[in-house]
Design a protein around this ligand. Structure first.
Ligand code: TPP
Length: 638
């Protein structure tokens, strides 16, 4: 990118300040070093190990920085790193600050015109929050953002969140700073080793050229199925040093494996000639994939199943073709990244498109198992799965279908689609009526019923562009029956690996995708889950993110309470002490006050069910204005 006049003036200003800063260091550094030398000549302690120098001690304590060579930095390497990230279309970088990436951070916030945009720097209060924000963002937006981690300790703080994202097949571009000259404990020869079993790819480049290429490669690896977090470790010297003649290397987007022409033809033939085709849609990669799945289903008039009620990027739940349709005797079934469910569907042919596995990644369930994508399965007559990316294959199949369709078939398809639509609509009305009836049980109960919480929230958001960012299983999962999940981001689903501390930061990530789009993010927040790293509430306020946090406050880690209660019962020792260690009482936590402490508006605790709806309305109004809001609701355990 050619630098504008304004940018180069800004750069000169930067150099002036940098020189002043360096001069200040030059005056203090020799002093510390001199003291250090005098200590080093002192007697060794009894154990025989040499006593640390004053300089080492000061450094370990973080009191002083190591000597910085005064040199003229006209074009920092980190500017090129940021440019590389910008060119990839990455919009956000989240970080809890750390000196190992100070060069990079300075470039993120100051380089470019305008600076601090593409990507925008998002302040995180915990590395786990930074990574989980990226997790939630990727599920809402279908693309990665950057999470920056400070050395060994930052990676360790981020580890559980990385593990969640890995199991959820979510792309995140992680960058860890490495400063071998600073605090020894924050650096390691193989920094990525700690998380290698649950990252897809990592690198620790030695030159700036390698670093820029590694960033591009890490991005490509992350977004290529099976998607997963990747990590590049960048030495602080590479960030701070002159870029010299280095330039951003040309970017080559990844090639996704698609079905070959013969398979595309065969699948299209199966769909077009079937009397009653079925498409089972699992989780696709991006909104574009969802659009293509809709196009294919409409073209062939196939009834379609979805994973949308439990996760993102799948077939719209209320599309007329979504549901069992008018006739469940399907004679051709196509699975698009769909797991398990197909096993119960039998037909003469089952074409299965599954995500390819990376044999290099084994451990913790590997990339092929455990998560929501790339499942196997298949009916009694299932053909061998085709190892290809469904989303990238869809255009080829669509093209083939269009080529093969005759006018007669088109008419037949329209008639079939109309029948499916009618049947699905009737089934839907019956299911909603039944669900609404059953959810009235305990409607006026105290604590407030979780079904009432979902039921009263729905009319307030149904005409908005909304995103349910939190998992909903622990709060009853009533959205599955009562809410329409019609957008690729309607429901972002679970944590991936069940690691708690996910809901709030994932919601902040989803809200990064929502901000500026008139979209509101709804987070039904379990109380235990929020307490892992609640500082992320501050991030929501600081960056003005449209998140409505509704506490599912059952004043317990109720899932664990149930386990302990069960065990005590099984052992015949009575359940009256099961609350010890699994409830949040004495004192109760006041979440409205907690939110207020982080600067977030809110209210509660709400105990009276008749007060709930008005509170939810105030919350939705605030969030529509762009202000995050928290409502503490005292709820039934489930
Ligand atoms: C990091 C982590 N620690 C511990 C657990 C074990 N665990 C599973 S469910 C649960 C309780 C969750 O409590 P809360 O979020 O309040 O939801 P509730 O069950 O009360 O609805 C815990 C602690 C976990 N899954 N992840």
């Amino acid at each position: 990118m050619a630098k504008s006049q304004k940018t180069s003036v800004g750069r000169r200003g930067f150099l002036k300040n940098a020189a002043a800063g360096a001069a200040a260091l030059v005056t203090t550094t020799p002093l510390v070093e001199a003291q250090g030398q005098s200590t080093a000549t002192g007697a060794a302690p009894a154990g025989g190990a040499p006593a640390p120098t004053q300089a080492q001690l000061a450094r370990e304590a973080g009191n002083v920085r190591p000597p910085l060579a005064v040199r003229s930095i006209t074009r920092p390497g980190s500017d090129l790193m940021v440019q590389t990230i910008r060119d990839l279309g990455i919009e956000f970088v989240a970080a809890n600050p750390g000196s190992s990436f100070e060069g990079l951070q300075e470039s993120f916030i100051n380089y470019g015109n305008p600076p601090n945009q593409m990507p925008e720097f998002i302040t995180a209060l915990h590395e786990e929050s930074a990574v989980t924000m990226a997790h939630g963002y990727a599920k809402a937006e279908g693309k990665p953002m950057v999470a920056l981690l400070h050395g060994t300790i930052g990676i360790q703080h981020g580890a559980m969140a990385i593990y969640n994202a890995y199991h959820d097949r979510v792309p995140i571009l992680m960058i860890a700073g490495n400063d071998p000259d600073f605090i020894a404990a924050h650096t390691a020869h193989d920094m990525a080793g700690m998380v290698r079993s649950f990252t897809k790819w990592d690198a620790q480049p030695k030159t700036l050229d390698e670093a820029l290429r590694a960033i591009q490669r890490a991005y490509n690896e992350a977004i290529t199925p099976p998607m997963a977090p990747t990590l590049v470790v960048l030495d602080s010297e590479l960030q701070k040093d002159n870029a010299g003649s280095a330039t951003v290397p040309p970017y080559k987007p990844p090639q996704f494996v698609t079905v070959d022409a013969a398979h595309a033809k065969e699948i299209a033939k199966g769909l077009v000639e079937a009397q009653n085709p079925r498409i089972a849609v699992g989780r696709l990669r991006t909104p574009e994939g969802v659009k293509r799945a809709v196009e294919l289903a409409e073209l062939v008039g196939a009834s379609t199943s979805t994973a949308a009620a439990n996760g993102p990027m799948s077939f719209p739940q209320r599309h007329p073709l979504c549901g069992p349709g008018a006739d469940t005797a399907y004679d051709y079934t196509l699975g698009l990244e769909a797991a398990g469910a197909q096993a119960s569907i039998t037909g003469p042919a089952l074409a299965k498109i599954a995500a390819p596995r990376d044999p290099g990644n084994i451990g913790f369930g590997g990339l092929g198992g455990g998560g929501g994508r790339g499942g196997r399965g298949g009916g009694a007559n299932a053909a061998a799965p085709i190892e290809a990316d469904a989303e990238a294959s869809l255009p080829l199949i669509i093209e083939e279908v269009k080529r093969q369709l005759t006018a007669d078939q088109k008419t037949r398809i329209q008639e079939r689609a109309a029948k499916h639509a009618r049947a699905n609509h009737e089934a839907r009305v019956a299911a909603i009526t039944q669900a609404a009836e059953s959810k009235r049980a305990g409607w006026n109960g105290v604590p407030i019923s979780t079904a009432r919480l979902y039921s009263e929230l729905w009319p307030l958001i149904m005409n908005e562009d909304w995103c349910l960012s939190s998992p909903s299983g622990f709060s009853g999962g009533h959205n599955v029956q009562l809410w329409d999940h019609n957008k690729p981001y309607s429901c972002l689903g679970g944590q991936g690996a069940g690691g708690m501390g996910y809901g709030a930061p994932a919601s902040v990530g989803a809200a990064l995708a929502a901000r500026g789009r008139n979209r509101i993010v709804v987070n039904i927040q379990c109380d235990g889950d929020l307490n892992y790293a609640p500082g992320v509430l501050w991030t929501a306020v600081h960056h003005k993110l449209p998140v409505l946090t509704v506490m599912h406050n059952n004043r317990a880690w109720h899932q664990e309470f149930m386990f302990v209660e069960y065990m005590a019962g099984v052992r015949g020792r009575g359940e009256d002490r099961a609350y010890i260690g699994s409830t949040l009482r004495d004192p109760y936590i006041d979440y409205a006050k907690m939110a207020a402490g982080y600067g977030m508006a809110g209210e509660g605790p709400i105990t009276d069910p008749s007060k709930l709806s008005a509170a939810l309305k105030r919350g939705v109004t605030a969030v529509k204005r762009g202000d995050p809001y928290l409502i503490d609701v005292i709820t039934q355990p489930r």
